[in-house]
Structure formats: C-alpha cells, structure tokens
Design a protein around this ligand. Structure first.
Ligand SMILES: Cc1cc2nc3c(=O)[nH]c(=O)nc-3n(C[C@H](O)[C@H](O)[C@H](O)COP(=O)(O)OP(=O)(O)OC[C@H]3O[C@@H](n4cnc5c(N)ncnc54)[C@H](O)[C@@H]3O)c2cc1C
Length: 347
C-alpha cells in the first residue's frame, strides 16, 4: 500500500499528485491521473495485526480488491480464564497477510493505469497553482507516508510527541487457526492480538508500553504461548511509538492521509478502514479543488475512533481498571457487543 505520484485529470487536465494504491484507485475513479511513489520496491510488509474489520473489507471489495484470507466473525477478549466474545452483526471481516493485501491493492492500481515509481519524496515546494515534489510538478500531493511521516515533519505539520508510548511487535506462526475471532489477550501493560490470516498461518501482534522482546511479552500469556510453535515463528517486525499527532491534515496543496494524518493506537484494529475512508475523502476534496474540506471531514471520519481508542487507552493505563475490563465485558455483553458493532462499521 505505498507510493506517491503525479497525474493528469481527464476532467480538467490539471496535474494531480497522490500517494498509495488505495488513494490512486479512488483518484482514477474521480477522473484524475496519478503516480504513486514509494521507496520500497514491489510488495511491502509491515508490522500489523492484519485484521480487516468488516467496514474495511467492504470498502476494499467496493474498489474491486478481494484479497485472500480467513473470515473473521467477531472479537474475543480474554484475560486468564475469563473471556467475552461478540460477533460482527453485518457480515465478516477478514484476516489477510499484509503482503497479500498490498499485492492485491498494487495489482488493482496497476490495472487501473496508475504509474508506480520507486523512490522517496523528499523535496516539496508549492505555490498557488501546484506542488513540485523532487522536480515533478502536480496540482496536489497526498502524503500517506506512514506513522513517522517524513513529509508531515517537513511540511511543518508534526504535532507534539506522546508522553505515553506504546509499540507493536508482530510474528507469524505456522499452525491451523483455532478461531474465527480476533482474540485479544490482556495482561498488565501488554495485549496479544491473535488473527488467523491463512489456512495454516496465525499472526500474533503484541501492543505494549513495556520494554522487552516478542518472546518476553508472549511469556505473559502462558495459555496462548502453549498453543504456538514458538521455535517456528517468523522474524519479528515492530512499529512505534504508535501515538502520532499532526497539527493539521492540510498544508495548502499537500494532504496527509492514513497514519501520517495522526494515529492514536492499534487497539481497535481500524487503521486500514480509517485510511480507506480518509483516502476517499481526500480524493473528493482534491477533485473539487477544495482541500480544506478534507481537514473538516477527517475530524468527522476519525471522531469515534479517536474517542474510543483514547478512552480505552486511558482507562487501561490504570492497572485496576485494566484488570476489570474483561470481567466487565463478560458482565455487560450488550455493551461489549455494541462496541464491536461500532468497530465493524465503515469508518
Ligand atoms: C502492531 C500493529 C497492529 C495493527 N493492526 C491492525 C489491524 O489489525 N487492522 C488494521 O486495520 N490496522 C492495523 N494497524 C494499523 C495499520 O497497519 C495502519 O493504520 C495502516 O497500515 C496505515 O497505512 P498507511 O498507508 O497510512 O501507512 P503504511 O502502511 O505505514 O505505509 C507508508 C508507506 O510510505 C512509504 N514512505 C515513507 N516515507 C516516504 C517518502 N518520503 N516518500 C514516499 N514514500 C514514503 C513507506 O515505504 C511505506 O510503504 C496496526 C498497526 C500496528 C503498528
């Protein structure tokens, strides 16, 4: 899912610039031509829980992208011997290997005629009529360059760093999935997210504020650890700090999309759904030559995610509240089910 590019729109013949396959696909549909630029060649892997919520899957299918994976029917919270489960009411999500997802998105973008170049976007200048990125002129630049977005920084949009820092670590294990739910195992300062991603492959992502290796974190979850063939796990990929702030999403003709636009945490597994919704909104704003509208829509699109994730994070930083979370979810199944339903909706 990466890149950056320039294009000639068939609607108004003006050049446009955007990043990443999903943005490119929305832009092509809007009659714009796009070039995607990403420094990493081919299909890109990254640390991710790899759970596509039903809303994210619906948005991908609507774009004609149908990546192979494992159906996800709901979410189960587990702490020791207690568990609370809720199903997705309006159809399943899907566990999809990140490389499978990127390959499918990349292929769809290439099929739609998008040019994908290998390279960094580093030097950006702009005037009233357009943007120049490393010598390429376009009308707009969409920067979807991830959590640590170099373009967010260089455009003066970087917000203050978070004081509470969480990190993600992900590993895959070759074994048959034992559940169609995303399992979230809770321990002090760390959660383990189990996502089936292929018939013989299970992903485990740790989200934690504690120091330590993947295996040290896994040792906090003895029941989960006993299920995993730990000596056969893949290499560990990491990401973080997760909390990233942007002062604004728009600097004249440059628009930040996805994690670059600001990120709270991966706790609710909504990153892809949000990035897709932001991409759609950014492209509409560009097509209407009204980038400021994207800033306003970004707040609406992400409001529930920001409130819920920040609320959950704040509560679960307090050890007694953290330990009370799963027992509360078992005692209040309707509240838990309503929360899961809200996560499943398109962003
Ligand atoms: C541990 C963890 C678990 C997660 N679990 C889930 C989950 O289960 N479900 C879910 O939906 N989301 C999850 N997320 C969130 C999800 O991974 C992200 O929200 C999503 O990948 C954001 O995509 P993006 O395009 O904004 O950024 P990225 O996917 O990070 O892509 C950024 C791209 O920009 C490129 N780039 C960087 N600098 C430049 C530059 N200067 N010029 C050009 N290109 C550049 C990079 O090479 C990269 O390819 C998780 C995240 C983490 C860390």
């Amino acid at each position: 899912m990466g890149g950056s590019g320039a294009s000639t729109g068939s609607q108004n013949r003006s050049q446009r610039r955007a990043r990443r396959a999903r943005i490119a696909l929305y832009a092509v549909r809007a009659g714009l031509s796009v070039t995607v630029r990403d420094p990493r060649p081919g299909v890109v892997d990254k640390a991710c829980g790899e759970g596509l919520m039903p809303g994210a899957l619906a948005a991908l299918l609507e774009l004609g992208i149908d990546p192979a994976g494992q159906a996800l029917t709901g979410i189960r919270y587990i702490a020791g011997k207690r568990a609370a489960a809720a199903s997705f009411r309006d159809g399943p999500g899907r566990g999809v290997r990140r490389t499978t997802l990127h390959a499918a998105m990349r292929e769809a973008a290439l099929r739609a005629g998008v040019v994908i170049e290998q390279g960094l976007v580093t030097d950006v200048t702009q005037d009233d009529a357009g943007v120049e990125a490393d010598g390429t002129r376009a009308q707009f630049l969409v920067a979807a360059d991830g959590l640590h977005s170099p373009l967010r920084r260089s455009m003066g949009l970087e917000g203050r760093p978070a004081s509470f820092r969480r990190y993600g670590l992900r590993r895959h294990f070759p074994l048959a999935p034992w559940t169609s739910h995303v399992e979230v195992h809770w321990a002090d300062s760390t959660e383990a997210y189990v996502t089936p991603v292929a018939p013989g492959l299970v992903g485990v992502a740790m989200l934690t504020s504690a120091r330590g290796s993947f295996d040290e974190h896994l040792a906090r979850f003895p029941a989960l650890q006993s299920k995993l063939p730990t000596s056969e796990g893949s290499a560990v990929m990491g990401a973080g700090p997760l909390r990233q702030r942007a002062l604004s999403r728009v600097n004249c003709r440059v628009l930040l999309v996805g994690d670059a636009a600001g990120y709270v945490d991966a706790l609710t597994g909504e990153g892809v759904a949000l990035a897709l919704a932001q991409a759609r909104s950014a492209v509409r704003a560009i097509a209407d030559d009204n980038p400021g509208r994207y800033e306003r829509e970004w707040h609406t699109i992400t409001r529930r995610y920001r409130l819920l994730t920040a609320g959950l994070l704040g509560a679960t930083r307090v050890p007694p509240l953290r330990r009370a979370l799963v027992p509360a979810a078992t005692r209040l199944p309707r509240v838990f089910a309503a929360t899961v339903t809200s996560l499943a909706r398109p962003a």
